[in-house]
Design a protein around this ligand. Sequence first.
Ligand code: ATP
Ligand code: MG
Length: 316
Amino acid sequence: MIIDPNLTVETLKKMSDPELIRRAKKFSKRYCVGDGKKFKLKDYSSKPKMTLGPEDKPRVKEALEQGIDALAKLQEVLYAQDKWSLLVVFQAMDAAGKDGAIKHVLSGINPQGCHVNSFKAPSAEELDHDFLWRCVKELPERGKIGIFNRSYYEEVLVVRVHQQILRSQKLPEKLITKKIWDERLEDIRNFEKYLTRNGTKIIKIFLNVSKEEQKERFLERIDEPDKNWKFSSGDVKERGYWNQYMDAYEEMIQKTSTKDSPWYIVPADKKAYARIVVASAIINALDEMELDFPKLSEEEQGKLQEMRKILLEEKG
Ligand code: ATP
Ligand code: MG
């Protein structure tokens, strides 16, 4: 475990990279769904499994910093090897902390190796295509990490909760049947399988915030002038559909969580803890790729030595 009551700031600082990665992987697995068939949202809490008081703050901060550091090192190898890519999908209710998690967890990463995309309500051009189209265009290249802040999963969440959105999607009427949600879930599952078979690893993060904590965060956004910009009145209206959203999330996770592209159900009521879980999940995904720096052939090694000689013999 990366956060363990026995781990102090000092022990965390001294921990070797392999040990840190091992602990992060183990920690992430607590929140990993894998095969989703039997998934029930009620089995996952929005609160951390341990109580973390103010005295734990330095330890939690250090754990996150070490996690970010390990992540950055793995990303460097991913980039150098240029074979695999990683797609991290974030989905959550409003104010669950998607933006903050993305900002903090990726803060150590070389910006050249990472690309973040936020998906809002689709534009007229996007609605002129199938629902995956706008996401396919933004998939990460080999060697890179792609972050989707919301994604094609909105098609079985917001669109399912507000079915009038489906009517505005310009689909042929004949295709809008009761089966459409099952069909979309199947299409997403197949799409992810296809990407996995082509070297893009996909993990999906659900930041599981409670309805009470969301209320606190909305109030904070209203009461603190510097946070006013984050608040939109539509968010309160959306909150009224909480149960419908939870049902949609549950079925989505049941039908799209697989061993190869799992969902992680991250307790999101404590932001710092949530970020450590997210960092650990990404570390786990990268480590599973068994990345390695490209190795040069003997011939290429020979050429390097020749170049070395030329450089050393340079005059002036
Ligand atoms: P914040 O947490 O800061 O509010 P956000 O991700 O909610 O960030 P917004 O601009 O508030 O960003 O909201 C984007 C909105 O776009 C969400 O309400 C989401 O449900 C909606 N959206 C995303 N994809 C689709 C889609 N395919 N169809 C309809 N609405 C969508
Ligand atoms: Mg919003």
